[in-house]
Ligand binder design. Structure first.
Ligand code: PEP
Length: 302
């Protein structure tokens, strides 16, 4: 009986999701037709990068304690943000409320994950409705650690993205290839499949509330940062894909963060690359002074 109940709920959920996907496939076909009118976009654009504000995220992952997090908030609040930059910190869920009440503008907060649909009997999960209710404006979805450790598929990340956006929570959507995939020459293929799964679920308008975070898995937490050229190549490829598969307007506006061992020493050079519109930072975001320095690298953005 339990099984029957849960199957019914799952079926209802996927029927609804499939309907959304159908509608969006229709919309993306329409966009593709419009794109043909904009084919000269890349040829003419001296700089393809988004017009949006440089945006730096701090992914605190499953780290910290009340004591260390309060210290980190104090360091961030006392650091001088001199650049024009949007900043989003993602503490562990249990500390978000505390962090939100401690951090001063321009710091905003994000959750590191949320559930794929409406809340209910999903032990251990947090729904997008709860994030909205708690005034948490952002959520990170599709982080490679959740893809690899929790089995989140491209389709699941697409559905989560749509649900969060429909609930009024903005999304940092992570994509990126493993070392084996890069070595096999499949970097862009992997990133495009991850993007397609999101594009299948969302409307063109939804992209206003999505930041793409390109995070090569081999660079996350390894100290092995992508070279500025490697990062720029993928970012440019992603923007081109967005232009061809969503719309030239979205491609010109969407912000693409680089993530993978960004630190206070390498951020300025990376920030200069034309298609890098910000960073998603793991390890170095736990060091307040380093994170402030990374945020201020926005001044080097071109
Ligand atoms: C991340 O986990 O999003 C990340 C980029 O981690 P790190 O900066 O530690 O490589």
């Amino acid at each position: 009986m339990r099984k029957g109940l849960s199957n019914t709920r799952t079926e209802q959920f996927f029927t609804q999701s499939r309907r959304t996907i159908y509608n969006n496939k229709y919309n993306s076909k329409r966009s593709a037709t419009n794109n043909n009118k904009n084919k000269s976009f890349y040829v003419n654009a001296a700089k393809a990068s988004s017009g949006g504000k440089f945006v730096v995220g701090g992914n605190w992952k499953c780290n910290g304690s009340i004591e260390s997090i309060e210290k980190l908030c104090a360091t961030l609040n006392s650091g001088k943000i001199t650049a024009d930059v949007e900043i989003i910190c993602a503490p562990p869920m249990v500390y978000i409320d505390r962090v939100q009440s401690k951090l001063k503008p321009p710091y905003q907060v994000a959750a590191q994950n949320c559930w794929v649909g409406k809340g209910g009997a999903f032990t251990g999960e947090v729904s997008a409705e709860m994030l909205k209710d708690a005034n948490i404006p952002w959520v990170i979805l599709g982080h490679s650690e959740r893809r690899s450790l929790c089995g989140e598929t491209n389709e699941f990340v697409g559905l989560k993205t749509k649900y969060a956006l429909d609930t009024g929570v903005k999304v940092v959507a992570c994509i990126g290839e493993s070392l084996a995939q890069r070595e096999a020459g499949n970097t862009l293929k992997v990133c495009f499949a991850q993007l397609q799964a999101i594009a299948d679920c969302v409307s063109e308008k939804d992209w206003d509330n999505i930041i793409i975070a390109y995070e090569p898995v081999w660079a996350i937490g390894t100290g092995k940062v992508a070279t500025p050229e490697q990062a720029q190549d993928v970012h440019a490829g992603v923007r081109k894909w967005m232009s061809e598969n969503v719309s030239a307007v979205v491609a010109s506006k969407v912000r693409i963060q680089y993530g993978g061992s960004v630190n206070a020493g390498n951020c300025d050079e990376l920030a200069q690359k034309p298609d890098i519109d910000g960073f998603l930072v793991g390890g170095a975001s736990l060091d307040g002074d380093a994170f402030v320095k990374i945020c201020n690298s926005a001044a080097h953005s071109k």
